[in-house]
Design a protein around this ligand. Structure first.
Ligand code: HEC
Ligand code: HEC
Ligand code: HEC
Ligand code: HEC
Length: 339
């Protein structure tokens, strides 16, 4: 189903599972938490590290890695958990879906790390072998046939891999966590109502790991940065609209999400003047068609779906080479977030 964010698909699957569990097995299992990934399919970062050692090294310098150890000890985290009525941060809590990666270990689902490779590239069980098999034992990348490569990518994606080439899909994950779409967590827990995330600055600092196709961890090429910028701005709008759609009370969460949506909408309109891509004005018009108010879920969700459709079309159609008009608004290297 195009237009439905990846993160929602996986979540729906797990909520479904929890409900089914409640019906079949009684109330105990109904506590199964909403997780970002299917824990039965999570391999963990060590499995990726067998081949992607340098990616793991750079990941270890990020907050995504360190949150696993640091979060449960923080006063601020404890305060949020207390207000939410949560005894433990790392066990069965609402913190799991964004701060941790959970996997099934010896028949038990438990958090094994912070935000990991699979949080962004998809749970690996069904594609980890496929994506790295160039055509049987002994066949190296340079000897792979073109047809096999096409087939390999197709099979990997069908098995749940989110490849960096699918910019909309991979970036979708960032906004699913970083807009903090959880009303109770914000209103009751007092959690930050979303990050001020701009995708170029936030992906090219501590999160950057361009260490596979070349070793130097260079900043992504300028054409790519332009596409990252556009897709990021579009996703910000999409998720803000989804956030307002789900709001039920006139309180911090709804107010901040509506502000976010308004700002994101304005930005898209401004960007549309800098580049020749009709998809941007189409996004703006779609967003404008739904009022940013409570009890407007159907219209806001339809608008968000429409924004998503145009964002995917944009990501698939252009390569950034004609978008030089954006260069003056791209963040400078000193604004990159983290190391
Ligand atoms: C057995 C070795 C091996 C393991 C284990 C492995 N990979 Fe890979 N990975 C590769 C190879 C080889 C490639 C290059 C494929 C190519 O050139 O298309 C690759 C490519 C990738 C790419 C880039 C694909 C693209 O489209 O450019 C990503 C992302 C990736 N791997 C993620 C992971 C993650 C996440 C894990 C753990 C769940 C993992 N890999 C485990 C060998 C491995
Ligand atoms: C919907 C996703 C999401 C959920 C669920 C979530 N967080 Fe967060 N949290 C974030 C994001 C994103 C940030 C980073 C905000 C920033 O600085 O931009 C963050 C940051 C934080 C911070 C400040 C950074 C730090 O590590 O000191 C604390 C504390 C925190 N979260 C606690 C919690 C607790 C406790 C829970 C569970 C009750 C929780 N969070 C659930 C997304 C989430
Ligand atoms: C926060 C999300 C996120 C996490 C965590 C993450 N990746 Fe990525 N990964 C991306 C994005 C986005 C790109 C594309 C970057 C670009 O083109 O600028 C990417 C690119 C890659 C590539 C291609 C790199 C290249 O040289 O072009 C590989 C391989 C990869 N990731 C593997 C991994 C592995 C292994 C891990 C865990 C150690 C990991 N990733 C963790 C989001 C993530
Ligand atoms: C599964 C949820 C999740 C996903 C997916 C995710 N993040 Fe994060 N990210 C977080 C949380 C939670 C934190 C805060 C961790 C902490 O400090 O405790 C964070 C922190 C960060 C930070 C450090 C922020 C700071 O204040 O220093 C950056 C940069 C970042 N994320 C960028 C990204 C980008 C770019 C992507 C997508 C390519 C992404 N994240 C995907 C949850 C996520």
């Amino acid at each position: 189903m195009r237009g439905i964010p990846v993160i929602m698909k996986t979540r729906t699957f797990l909520i479904g599972l929890a409900l089914l569990g409640a019906l079949v097995l009684g109330p105990g299992i109904a506590e199964a938490q909403e997780l970002h990934l299917d824990p039965a399919k999570v391999m963990g970062p060590d499995a990726c590290g067998e081949c992607h050692k340098s990616s793991v090294e750079s990941w270890k310098g990020s907050h995504h890695f360190s949150t696993f150890k640091t979060l449960p000890r923080e006063k601020e985290a404890r305060a949020i958990a207390d207000k939410m009525g949560l005894k433990r941060i790392k066990s069965g809590s609402e913190c799991l879906s964004c701060h941790f990666t959970s996997a099934d270990v010896n028949g038990k689902t438990k958090p094994i790390a912070g935000i990991t490779c699979e949080s962004c590239h998809g749970a690996g069980r069904d594609w980890i072998k496929v994506h790295s098999d160039f055509g049987g034992k002994g066949v190296k990348a340079e000897n792979e046939t073109a047809a096999h490569k096409v087939e390999r990518y197709k099979k990997s994606e069908a098995a749940g891999m989110i490849r960096p080439g699918s910019l909309y899909q991979v970036a979708n994950n960032c906004f699913g966590c970083h807009t903090v779409p959880n009303e109770k967590l914000v209103n009751v827990g007092g959690h930050a109502a979303g990050s001020k995330i701009e995708l170029v600055a936030w992906s090219q600092g501590e999160v950057r790991h361009n260490v596979w196709y070349s070793k130097d961890n260079n900043v992504s090429p300028i054409e790519r940065l332009r596409m990252i910028y556009l897709v990021g701005r579009a996703l910000d709008l999409e998720f803000a609209l989804r956030g307002v759609a789900k709001a039920t009370k006139k309180a911090d969460y709804a107010v901040k999400m509506a502000k976010r949506a308004k700002k994101a909408r304005k930005r898209i309109k401004a960007i549309a003047k800098l580049v020749d891509a009709p998809e941007l004005m189409a996004m703006y018009s779609a967003a404008k068609s739904a009022k940013l108010k409570l009890n407007n879920e159907a219209k806001l969700t339809a608008a968000a779906d429409e924004v998503a459709r145009h964002a995917q079309a944009l990501a698939n159609k252009y390569d950034g080479s004609t978008f030089g008009g954006l260069d003056k608004v791209l963040p400078k290297a000193k604004k990159y977030k983290g190391k």
